[in-house]
Unconditional design. Structure first.
Length: 360
């Protein structure tokens, strides 16, 4: 069995392009290697071409024209589209991974060009694919409701924290604090800076809480789309000296930010999976997140969950965590145990099982 994995979005450049699907492709390829049997191979296609990965129109043209031809020339048994879409016209059977349906559920929070491509592209690809991988039960349910796909067509295969993000303690954590110039306790959120992450509600909640606490709010993540008003909101709330934006950071530094946080807050209104809360749990941070989409399934009973649009409830949850040491320690212990339930080896094994079934 020879499988081609569309790796055009696997970027080595720091920033937005190295998060999300790029990480998914890289982690999956690495974890698949030890799981492959005799006569099985997974071949990354399109990797290492910055013009394709950085320019969506070129990537779309490549994956709809060059990719199916390459699949035929390489005599592949299967193509895997890791971001919703497979070639529309191709003799090679396909599997696709659908991460979320944000372009349908929150169209005003997704760039128009992305929405116009993903809506028909995901529909056509999902209806033609031999199997559809959804990264959470929430995404699977969204797909079945939208396209009336039978449950037997969809396999729910969760993601996992990357092995390079680890809990840091002791002198190593002290060194990180010094290098990162951390002089005050802080609350942390991590993710691409875009409207779906609901940062405006987090900022309002923090503004209500800030007079009571010595903490800063740290936002770690690259710039995303439709995010022009973030700085203006920070200034309007009088938080310019209490909010720190780090931009994209390495996994090593991300481990430090998670490990040193008094509370990790993830106020997103919609996630296909939501890796940052799981990464924070692995690093021993108590987690507050929202009670919508996939997030309750990801965090289980190891986090406090609140309505994403209730700034007062979000502020109250953060206040509980940072004022109740026993609660924080309990959430840390539960979180570490919860994160250990997810691994890329598991994701690879279950994905390989989908390949084998689809190739037959």
């Amino acid at each position: 069995m020879r499988v081609g994995l569309n790796a055009a979005l696997m970027s080595s450049r720091g920033g937005y392009r190295q998060t999300g699907v790029s990480r998914y492709i890289r982690e999956l390829l690495t974890a698949l290697g030890p799981e492959l049997g005799p006569g099985e191979s997974v071949i990354p296609l399109g990797a290492g071409h910055p013009a394709i990965s950085e320019r969506p129109p070129l990537r779309i043209a490549w994956e709809q024209t060059v990719l199916p031809v390459e699949a035929r020339l390489r005599r592949l048994d299967l193509l895997h589209g890791p971001l919703h879409v497979a070639p529309f016209i191709s003799a090679t059977p396909a599997v696709i991974t659908v991460h979320d349906l944000a372009f349908l559920k929150y169209p005003d929070r997704v760039p128009r060009s992305r929405r116009l491509y993903l809506t028909p592209g995901t529909r056509r690809s999902a209806l033609r694919a031999r199997k559809v991988i959804a990264i959470s039960t929430s995404t699977a349910n969204d797909l079945m409701a939208w396209l009336e796909l039978p449950a037997s067509m969809i396999e729910v295969i969760p993601l996992a924290p990357t092995a390079s993000i680890q809990h840091i303690t002791g002198p190593a954590l002290d060194t990180f604090r010094q290098n990162a110039d951390i002089t005050r306790p802080y609350l942390l959120t991590v993710g691409t800076l875009e409207p779906r992450k609901n940062l405006s509600t987090l900022l309002r909640a923090f503004a209500a809480l800030a007079p009571e606490i010595p903490h800063d709010l740290v936002l770690v993540g690259p710039e995303g789309w439709l995010n022009e008003g973030l700085g203006e909101t920070v200034r309007a709330l009088g938080l310019a000296d209490r909010v720190r934006l780090t931009g994209f950071v390495s996994d090593e530094d991300l481990s430090g930010w998670y490990s040193a946080a008094d509370c990790f807050v993830f106020p997103s209104v919609y996630e296909g999976f939501g890796l940052p809360p799981l990464e924070a749990m692995r690093c021993g941070a108590p987690v507050v997140t929202t009670n919508v989409s996939s997030l309750p399934d990801v965090v289980g009973d190891a986090a406090i969950t609140v309505d994403p649009f209730d700034a007062e409830a979000l502020a109250a949850a953060m206040r509980r965590v940072i004022s109740d040491q026993a609660l924080a320690e309990e959430l840390c212990a539960r979180g570490i145990a919860r994160a250990a339930e997810f691994s890329w080896a598991r994701t690879a094994r279950e994905t390989l099982a989908v390949y084998r079934e689809a190739a037959r």
